[in-house]
Design a protein around this ligand. Structure first.
Ligand code: FES
Length: 76
């Protein structure tokens, strides 16, 4: 599903960015440019980012710290 029409960023792109180590929404924006043009997608992109972080998409799946990083990303 496309989240950001301006930059053609999908929910899968956000998931991939989180898996590759984006640790904050600001980092996600730096990496993908999501929500940096008209801003209409900001809330949806923000929710998608935090949902992915809560789901444990953050960090290397083989890292012993992956779960802790996901909790940190989710603000727990
Ligand atoms: S739809 Fe994402 S910045 Fe415009």
């Amino acid at each position: 599903m496309i989240i950001c029409i301006c930059h053609r960023i999908s929910d899968r792109d956000i998931t991939r960015a989180v898996r590759e180590g984006c640790a904050s929404f600001d980092e996600l924006q730096d990496e993908t440019r999501v929500a940096t043009a008209c801003g209409a997608c900001h809330d949806c992109a923000h929710q998608s980012f935090h949902a992915q972080a809560r789901a444990g998409a953050g960090g290397c799946p083989r890292s012993p710290h992956a779960g802790a990083q996901a909790l940190q990303l989710a603000g727990a």
